[in-house]
Design a protein around this ligand. Structure first.
Ligand SMILES: *Cc1c(COP(=O)(O)O)cnc(C)c1O
Length: 374
């Protein structure tokens, strides 16, 4: 049996190697490493895939979030509502821009922001909500968009883990993750569902003015060459990464389907084991399983992980420390007990290997080993 990895980028590359090598070779021959034709091509193909008017490519998912917030003209001290159960980047950029993060707790089943807690967190300083589509399924966007409209707030989706997921509104309209709020952000970090071979990211919007502004911000606040209208950043998707992504985009739905099939296999295997709680998918969203994350109860997590590792199975904890208890946010003033659902999840979750290249033997070995150890 091939060694089991959390993600298997090497096997995936081997299957598309001729196409990838050809497109990277073309960039090398053209020597247009920045803003080459591959960037434009990928941008347009992604716009079409997402059915969104504008894709603004940028350097990584963290920059995407930062640039989105910069485009809103917020004032220092303005408040941004998000979840403490996410990767640090979501709240890090809020702090960097001297804005204030206000956390709301998550739903214990879907792990996503609990919309029922948003309204009580809104103050006159609240300007935006940043829902995070954690592990690959969309937040309750219908409810979040209603609340945002009622209170005149922007919605910036952190869709870094959910590219390709579909959300269906009660009126039957379906939208891709990241294209529902005013702005959506994604990351092409290699292990994401659509990953490049280095760093990359993109911002989505249907708003012409926001798109124009964000295109300027990622390019040093420059709209006319060497005339800088505002302080921006340097954040680009380079041509080689765009070429890789342009090759991989047509496979995204297939990759996500393979992840879903593996999740179904795991779900079936673990369904009747009371010490394992399988992930729950929300009613209006599809799940692209960036991570397959279980809750364990009545089992010592450290020992379990150690024994799984000894059997050749990597297991990760996403995330061991909620953001309000991170040292970096000590001055934000969070304390244990503030967000009990998130805190309990951080103590109880494990994520199993999940990727498009897993074979049956590997999946069997993972499920039978876990069932034996709990
Ligand atoms: C990966 C990720 C990011 C950051 O993306 P980078 O490309 O690594 O900067 C932000 N938010 C979430 C939820 C992520 O998973």
């Amino acid at each position: 049996m091939k060694a089991i990895q959390m993600v298997d980028l090497k096997s995936q590359y081997q299957k598309i190697k001729p196409e990838i090598d050809k497109r990277i070779g073309e960039v090398l021959e053209s020597a247009a490493f920045i803003n080459g034709s591959a960037v434009k091509s990928f941008q347009q193909n992604l716009e079409q895939y997402l059915a969104v008017k504008h894709v603004v490519p940028c350097g990584n998912g963290t920059d995407a979030l930062q640039v989105a917030l910069m485009a809103l003209d917020l004032q220092p001290g303005d408040e941004v509502i998000t979840t403490p159960f996410t990767f640090i980047a979501t709240a890090e950029v809020v702090a960097l821009l001297k804005l204030k993060t206000v956390f709301v707790d998550v739903d214990p089943d879907t792990f996503n922001m609990n919309p029922e807690l948003i309204e009580q967190a809104i103050t006159p300083k609240t300007k935006a909500i940043v829902p995070v589509h954690l592990f690959g399924q969309c937040c309750d966007m219908e409810r979040i968009m209603e609340i945002a409209a009622k209170h005149n707030l922007y919605v910036i989706e952190d869709a870094c883990q959910a590219i390709g997921a579909d959300y269906t509104f009660k009126n039957g309209k379906t939208r891709k993750a990241g294209t529902i709020g005013q702005i959506g952000c994604t990351s092409f970090f290699p292990s994401k569902n659509l990953g490049c071979y280095g760093d990359g990211g993109a911002i989505f919007t249907n708003d012409d003015q926001l798109a124009e502004k964000m295109r300027g911000i990622v390019n040093h606040g420059m709209f006319v060459r060497y005339y800088h209208e505002m302080v921006g950043v340097n954040s680009r998707l380079d041509s080689i990464q765009a070429a890789v992504l342009d090759v991989k985009l047509p496979y995204l739905d297939e990759y996500n389907e393979k992840r879903r099939q593996l999740a179904q296999f795991y779900n079936k295997a673990f369904a009747n084991q009371p010490k394992l709680t399988i992930p729950v998918t929300g009613e209006q969203t599809t799940h692209v399983f960036h991570q397959y994350t279980l809750k364990i109860n009545g089992v010592d997590r450290e020992t379990l992980i150690q024994k799984m590792n000894e059997a050749g199975i990597p297991v990760m904890i996403y995330y061991p420390v909620p953001l309000h208890l991170q040292k970096a946010f000590a001055n934000v003033g969070g304390k244990r007990g503030d967000f009990p659902v998130t805190e309990a999840l951080c103590d109880a979750v494990i994520s199993l290997p999940m990727h498009s290249e897993m074979d049956e033997d590997q999946a069997n070995h993972i499920s039978t080993t876990l069932l034996k150890l709990v």
